[in-house]
Design a protein around this ligand. Structure first.
Ligand code: SF4
Length: 357
């Protein structure tokens, strides 16, 4: 999708998160709470992909689980076609799962190794009552495998998960999600455990499914370069908060938040080399955002005051320690939260400046 297409008026979302906050109690006796997600909003639209990008522990998976109603939000709403979504009770849970499916990172863990592919795919078809058996079942099983490009289907139907490659297992996991004809697919790091050569194949498959079947997709990843390739829009998460949101083109070509810049800085991109001019690169051209250069991710039991990124931000100002960064609309579909977007001349915080690469 071109940037121009991404800017055209958007159709109504299938699934929407509105100001969703998730706090987990831990150490009840000490009254401690993990502030996993704060006021996060996004809209999933048929035929479009939103990538949720950030390092481990940034709240991406919590957000996906909340969208799947596997996690109850502390506040905020999950809306399905504009109405509050519910998974209270078995029937409601099943009805919701038929529309919103999640595919996890590790297909080996998510596919029961004791069962053949046939069983793994038959089960959702029977559970959701769409097929009972006989020729119809056989036809649906074959069609499912063909949809995920596992052909000829008879070669895979009787296989056990351990007899398949990582990419083939992930295709089976995707086929199992597709078995109930969902409208939304939530993919949690679903290519991160695969060989690099296989990742592109799976992303191409997902892109084809999205386009051909008009699926609304959430693609969770720590790889912003992959997100640029695959997604229409990118939400950058840091420490439980969305800090930048926009079209994939805007976020990767004109990043506004220092954390987004560091993520991009860790990924060589020939189209964006001017941004890196004047900065020290490793010999291989990569930076490790999670490495010593930028310190450790914050403890979400005691999240940093003010801007949560301030202890690691190379551009932090004194105000960043105490004040919430403003939400700044850069275009009609690109926003970020950073004080520098409204006060570029604010004085530098010298106690964090030593983190500057
Ligand atoms: Fe850095 Fe301050 Fe902007 Fe946060 S608000 S990203 S600490 S400059």
């Amino acid at each position: 999708m071109t940037d121009e297409q991404a800017r055209t008026p958007q159709p109504a979302p299938v699934l929407e998160a509105v100001d969703v906050t998730v706090h987990y109690p831990v150490h009840r006796s000490r009254g401690e709470t993990v502030h996993a997600l704060e006021n996060a909003s996004l809209r999933l639209i048929p035929g479009r992909t939103v990538a949720l990008v950030g390092e481990s522990g940034s709240g991406k998976s919590t957000f996906a689980r909340t969208l799947a109603l596997a996690q109850t939000p502390t506040s905020g709403n999950i809306l399905l076609y504009g109405k509050p979504a519910s998974a209270r009770g078995r029937r409601a849970r099943r009805a919701y799962a038929r529309r919103v499916q999640m595919v996890l990172q590790d297909p080996f863990a998510s596919l029961n190794p004791l069962h053949r592919v046939r069983y793994l795919l038959e089960r959702p078809l029977r559970l959701h009552g769409s097929v009972t058996g006989g020729e119809d079942m056989e036809r649906r099983l074959r069609a499912l495998l063909e949809r995920v490009r596992l052909t000829p289907p008879e070669r895979f139907l009787e296989a056990f998960p351990h007899e398949l490659s990582g990419g083939q297992r992930q295709r089976v996991a995707i086929a199992r999600a597709l078995a109930v004809e969902p409208e939304v697919l939530l993919g949690d790091e679903l290519v991160s455990m695969l060989d690099v050569s296989i990742r592109l194949e799976i992303l191409n498959l997902l892109a084809a499914l999205r386009d051909e079947e008009h699926l609304a997709m959430l693609y969770i990843t720590h790889d912003i370069a992959g997100a640029r390739y695959f997604a229409d829009e990118i939400a950058v998460m840091y420490a439980g908060e969305i800090v930048e949101y926009g079209t994939a083109e805007d976020v990767t070509q004109t990043p506004a938040h220092p954390y987004t810049r560091l993520l991009l800085d860790s990924t060589p991109d020939p189209d964006r080399m001017e941004f890196l001019a004047g900065r020290t690169n490793r010999e291989d051209g990569e930076r490790d955002v999670t490495g010593d250069d930028y310190g450790e991710p914050p403890d979400l039991v005691h999240p940093p005051s003010g801007c949560r990124f301030h202890p690691r931000c190379p551009l932090a100002r004194a105000a960043c320690r105490t004040e919430q960064p403003p939400h700044v609309e850069l275009t009609d579909r690109h926003w970020a939260r950073c004080v520098l977007l409204v006060q570029p001349d604010a004085s530098r915080d010298t106690t964090t400046a030593e983190l500057t690469p």
